[in-house]
Design a protein around this ligand. Structure first.
Ligand code: MD3
Ligand code: FE
Length: 219
């Protein structure tokens, strides 16, 4: 079913349409909205244990997006390359565990998109401030490319760029709002994608930032 809107007791509405973006890719509008308070509390705990930091690419550029991780493995980048690591290179300690509310959100979203046994072992948390962006790339550092990736957007809206299997393939622009969840797997798993520079703004819950969680099966 598509295009329905559920009314809440307080008169606010929860937009929960499930929009197919491409074979294997679904945009679940508002899927995370009813869990936002718990999700933000979980991110606060993660941030306290493993601070957001601007990683450096292998080519020596400081990323404009600030990152941290939770789960058994975390995605890191430095002059030596991109990889998953079981410890935070800033602290030397294991990444904070994946909070149950995050794991359950990722699994229920994957299931809604047709991926029934998603068992993520890594969650990358991206923080965008105005001007921050992610250039076109593929997510291919994961050992298990049969598992989908689940992405949760919070705070300021962003324009997502969503291409094909080749860098040169035509890109679609997909607006992502607070509470939206995207699941991509199967034939869409290696599609090129990116995020346009975040526009200035003030979000009622998160102020002038956007947070994005990506859940992956890294091993
Ligand atoms: C790919 N993060 O961390 S992925 C990343 O908003 C990353 O921070 C993005 O790309 C971010 O590697 C969100 C979201 C996404 C959504 C739909 C897709 C990626 C997709 C559809 C096809 C391919
Ligand atoms: Fe990506």
């Amino acid at each position: 079913m598509q295009g329905h809107t559920r009314d809440l007791f307080d008169g606010a509405s929860l937009d929960t349409r499930h929009e197919p973006l491409a074979p294997g890719a679904w945009l679940l509008h508002g899927f995370a909205l009813d869990k936002v308070t718990a999700v933000l509390a979980a991110i606060e705990d993660i941030r306290a244990a493993a601070a957001f930091r601007h990683l450096v690419t292998p080519g020596g550029f400081r990323m404009s997006v600030a990152m941290t991780n939770c789960g058994r493995l975390g995605w890191v980048s430095d002059r030596r390359g991109y990889r998953y690591a079981d410890c935070d290179p800033l602290s030397g300690r294991p990444w904070p565990p994946m909070p149950r509310v995050l794991l359950e959100l990722a699994q229920t979203a994957a299931q809604a998109a047709g991926f029934s046994d998603f068992d993520p072992d890594a969650c990358l948390v991206n923080r965008y401030e105005p001007g921050a962006r992610l250039t076109l790339h593929q997510d291919k550092d994961e050992g298990d490319l049969s598992a989908p990736i689940v992405s949760v957007s919070l705070g300021l809206p962003a324009t997502f760029l969503f291409g094909g299997d080749l860098r040169k393939d035509r890109q679609r622009r997909v607006p992502l709002q607070h509470g939206d969840v995207v699941v991509w797997g199967g034939p869409a798993r290696l599609h090129y994608h990116g995020v346009l520079a975040l526009k200035d703004g003030n979000h009622v819950v998160l102020g002038s930032q956007r947070l994005n969680l990506t859940f992956r099966r890294a091993t």
